[in-house]
Write a protein that binds this ligand. Structure first.
Ligand SMILES: C[S@@+](CC[C@H](N)C(=O)[O-])C[C@H]1O[C@@H](n2cnc3c(N)ncnc32)[C@H](O)[C@@H]1O
Length: 220
């Protein structure tokens, strides 16, 4: 899979691309990520990409032309272009599963007051990562990319994500590690007896219990 991220702030991605699982996935060529500064597509001498809003009001609006030129430069017949915007569909794990099947994703990060409304004619989907406002689309682009990359073949073991929260309509089961007891808090006996059938049954029951307690909405 290839992910192209159109942004005005490429350095924000330095840490994301150079640590842990994402770094390894890039090294092993399980994913290719290109960070593209769409300022490079500005036709102005001073590389301007934003302007004041028609009709007045505060803040700057991203101009269409550099963004559309950048999208059209990278887009192929296999591309899915996703605009990051608070007004989009709220991102969920089920979208990560469907996006992992794509060959090429282009994520478009806004900034300032956001986009010229006509950008909607040049993208395939609009996605939000939740009902709050961030300064730019860079964190949403990282959130979406990360959630997809960890599902790509070979990036992490399938066993370790198949029981993750939201993979079914349940939250994950509780996990413990050493020591067996910490300040009187004990690891449940069932996890220490080596009986895998019993452990599996207990985990399923705990998943249900936890979901019932914390996220009843998922069960409906
Ligand atoms: C300050 S926001 C613009 C907010 C816009 N004026 C509004 O009220 O919907 C700047 C950019 O950050 C990104 N952004 C902010 N919050 C986001 C969210 N919850 N999900 C996805 N992108 C977001 C978008 O790309 C947006 O264009």
């Amino acid at each position: 899979m290839r992910i192209d991220i159109l942004t005005l702030f490429p350095k924000m991605f330095d840490g994301f691309l150079s640590e842990s699982i994402i770094k390894r996935a890039i090294e092993k060529k399980q994913v290719e990520i290109n960070i593209i500064n769409f300022r490079d597509f500005s036709k102005f001498n001073n590389a301007q990409v934003d302007d004041t809003p028609y009709g007045g009001g505060s803040g700057m609006v991203l101009m269409l032309e550099p963004l559309v030129d950048a999208i059209e430069h990278y887009k192929t017949k296999d591309s899915k272009v996703i605009l990051l915007s608070p007004e989009g569909k709220t991102y969920k794990q089920s979208y990560a599963y469907s996006l992992k099947k794509e060959k090429h994703i282009i994520l478009v990060c806004g900034h300032y007051e956001g986009f010229d409304e006509r950008i909607h004619n040049f993208v395939d989907e609009v996605m939000s990562i939740g009902d709050y406002i961030l300064t730019g689309g860079e964190l949403p682009a990282m959130v979406i990319s990360d959630s997809i990359i960890r599902l790509l073949d070979g990036v992490i073991k399938k066993d370790s994500y198949m029981e993750d929260s939201f993979t079914t309509n349940l939250l994950d089961y509780p996990t413990y590690t050493r020591p067996r007891e910490f300040r009187g808090l004990k690891v449940p006996d069932v996890l220490l007896n080596g009986n895998h059938e019993e452990i599996k049954k207990w985990r399923k029951e705990e998943q249900l219990k936890k979901t019932e307690e914390k996220r009843k909405d998922l069960l409906q």
